[in-house]
Design a protein around this ligand. Structure first.
Ligand code: HEC
Ligand code: HEC
Length: 626
């Protein structure tokens, strides 16, 4: 059965695709896509990857997109709903012809819109006409960002035509009262504007070849001018924070030191949450370090089609984030936790970089195409990340042994964990996962979990990962190939012929679960500690570094801060449940923008003044109830 989703919001999305000013790190929920529009957007996205994942392009049309409200894929949907042919498109995909796929897919969406407009004009009853218009407009959204970027006049003209079309389609009134007939002449005129534009730009016989597949209209593409369509993630992407949100354990905080007294750390905390340190597209999409490393841990839901093979994984050296850093290997990696980072070097799953500084610079410049960070930025990020602690676990003693309070099965499992096995070269699990060294040995071992990349390759060694906190970071191994800790135990038993009994395996699993557990793994939100309050206190802490930066007349780092925090404050205001306080938070965000604007004009006294006002206003909000 086909399931139709009714509550689609399109107007919002048409407007929000135009980027103004810095993008905040708080992603906005996107309206759902119709199957064929989703498949089209996915096709453009995947078609810009290098190499193109053709299997995924085919799946984009044959299956519903991740999180779709429809139970069928675009091809089946069209078969049931439309007379538009999908065969030419599917043929082009099967032949892996990039330009042809672009042309066929673009035409298909254009024709489909035309088909729906025909239905609307032919309809005798108002409800059917309006439904067709709504659907057509939802599909038109697939092209909207390209038109807005390349042809803003047309974008406005067509926007009005859609409104005209809907309003002239009549009204069925309420309980028979106030019914108005359709004004066919107005409808036809409005439809002409839309269809005329489609005919010139999207339903054309031959498209100019394109280096980058975008929704820029054909006339603009042929004009020879370059148009930047703001980057967007394809349908099915998820960059929202994990829910429940992992609890962040910062060493200084546990020792009772306030972050506002640690300006370098606070600045690093801000950078960890800043889109501004990355290049496009990461920056424009609102991606930050904490998008993937939620609260120093992992984001198990992060998913970007073509770059993730499952939630919580990402190919950071693929074509999407920075083409120049594309290693042309489709190798998404499970996001590692950064808890206890100062004990877990060398860095990278394979421990390729000994220095956290080198690793961090590589993330910013190479993986996400950002500008060269200043020494101060690297100092700050590292000062912050070195404060990440493991989650406290009262079942463990300081030397990593279980306490008496641990479950019996776990205690039995501890003995197995420490037992040498012939299959492990007379080593035990504990030889690599040293209990008194945070369950790791800071060595790389080839345990056979990495497929040989070529015959004779010896590059399968990976750093021993910690076992602390792992109860909350499924799936396991660098590629996330094992869904549970029990599966890891089975893997070792099988691969290394450990000869464990069912009971042994259950006990060893219980041990891993106990070692990997924590007293309070997640942030607990309630009426007092709201999502907004947490964000607000974070953002005002970030801002507190102005206290150090303004007297130093450090324009570059002040601006990086004000651009980041002003955008985030405004975005977080939108999550407030106390609507009355919202305008005050928006005003506060403006205050920070004022600091930035004054610094851009080198008017330091004005900047100091706005900063003083910010502090007063922030304190007032803090005292108020929200
Ligand atoms: C799109 C997701 C994503 C973003 C954004 C991201 N990372 Fe990572 N991070 C990963 C993945 C995946 C790995 C594992 C990569 C590897 O081993 O090659 C990783 C590894 C790391 C490691 C090594 C951890 C270890 O123990 O080996 C550090 C440190 C790190 N990231 C810091 C950062 C910082 C700092 C930022 C922001 C400047 C950042 N990451 C942004 C996904 C991300
Ligand atoms: C020779 C060193 C070595 C030995 C011995 C060893 N491990 Fe590991 N362990 C590793 C490495 C390396 C990885 C990372 C594998 C990967 O990511 O593909 C790992 C991964 C794991 C993981 C997954 C952690 C995560 O977050 O993904 C668990 C759990 C684990 N080992 C438990 C065990 C148990 C139980 C034993 C004994 C049966 C054992 N290990 C023996 C080196 C070792």
């Amino acid at each position: 059965m086909l399931r139709r989703f009714l509550g689609l919001v399109t107007a919002l999305v048409l407007g929000s695709l135009v980027l103004t000013g810095p993008v905040s790190a708080t992603p906005a929920k996107e309206a759902p896509w119709l199957p064929e529009a989703a498949a089209y957007r996915l096709t453009l996205f995947l078609g810009n990857l290098e190499p193109i994942p053709w299997g995924e392009v085919m799946r984009a049309w044959s299956q519903p997109y991740r999180g779709s409200d429809f139970s069928v894929g675009a091809v089946d949907w069209l078969k049931a709903e439309s007379a538009v042919e999908t065969a030419p498109l599917l043929d082009a995909i099967a032949r892996k012809q990039r330009q042809m796929v672009f042309a066929e897919a673009t035409r298909l969406i254009g024709l489909r819109i035309g088909e729906l407009l025909d239905t609307a004009l032919a309809a005798n009853d108002t409800a059917a006409a309006q439904q067709a218009i709504r659907t057509a407009r939802e599909l038109f959204r697939a092209f909207a960002d390209g038109i807005a970027a390349a042809d803003p006049d047309a974008s406005r003209r067509i926007g009005i035509a859609w409104l005209e079309l809907a309003s002239s389609s009549g009204s069925s009134g309420f309980l028979g009262v106030g019914a108005a007939p359709a004004d066919k002449a107005s409808m036809t005129a409005a439809r002409e504007i839309i269809s005329g534009y489609l005919a010139e730009n999207y339903v054309v016989d031959s498209f100019a070849s394109r280096d980058k597949l975008t929704t820029v209209p054909e006339t603009a593409a042929r004009s020879g001018r370059a148009f930047e369509v703001p980057p967007s993630l394809p349908p099915g992407s998820d960059i929202f924070d994990q829910n429940p949100l992992p609890r962040l354990v910062l060493n200084f905080e546990e020792r009772g030191i306030d972050e506002t007294d640690l300006p370098l750390v606070a600045y690093g905390d801000m950078l960890f949450d800043s889109t501004q340190i990355f290049g496009s597209p990461a920056r424009d999409l609102g991606i930050t370090c904490s998008t993937c490393h939620n609260r120093s841990d992992v984001n198990q839901r992060l998913f970007i089609p073509g770059a993730s093979h499952q939630p919580g994984s990402i190919d950071v050296d693929g074509a999407f984030f920075n083409p120049i850093f594309n290693d042309r290997r489709d190798d998404p990696i499970d996001i590692p936790s950064l808890r206890g980072l100062r004990f877990t070097g060398p860095y990278g799953r394979d421990g390729r970089l000994a220095s956290l500084r080198d690793f961090t610079r590589n993330v910013i410049v190479n993986e996400f195409g950002g500008d060269e960070p200043t020494p101060f930025m690297l100092d700050a990020l590292i000062a912050y990340m070195l404060e990440f602690d493991f989650l406290p676990n009262s079942m463990l003693m300081a030397d990593g042994r279980l306490t008496e309070a641990a479950p019996k099965a776990a205690l039995r499992g501890e003995a197995i964990f420490n037992r040498p096995f012939e299959g492990l070269g007379n080593r035990s699990c504990a030889s690599c996962h040293l209990p008194d060294a945070n369950f790791l040995d800071r060595q790389a071992h080839d345990i056979g979990s990495v497929a040989q990349s070529y015959k004779g390759s010896r590059a399968g060694a990976l750093d021993t990962p910690t076992l602390l906190g792992t109860a909350y970071t499924a799936p396991y191994f660098h590629d996330g190939s094992l869904p549970t800790l029990a599966a890891v135990v089975n893997w070792f038993d099988k691969t290394n012929k450990l000869g464990l009994t069912d009971a042994d395996r259950a006990d060893l699993t219980a041990y891993l679960e106990t070692v990997g557990a924590a007293d309070k793994p997640f942030e607990a939100f309630d009426a007092e500690n709201t999502v907004f309050r947490l964000a607000f206190s974070e953002l005002t802490t970030f801002a507190s570094t102005l206290e150090t930066l303004l007297p130093r007349r450090d324009a570059k780092h002040v601006l990086l801060l004000t651009d980041t925090v002003a955008a985030d404050l405004a975005a977080d205001a939108s999550t407030m449940s106390n609507l009355a306080t919202r305008p005050k938070v928006y005003a506060l965000a403006n205050r920070l923008s004022e600091v930035g604007a004054a610094v851009r004009e080198k008017n330091w006294s004005a900047a100091e003044k706005s900063w003083a006002t910010f502090k007063t206003e922030a304190a007032a909000i803090n005292e108020g109830a929200y």
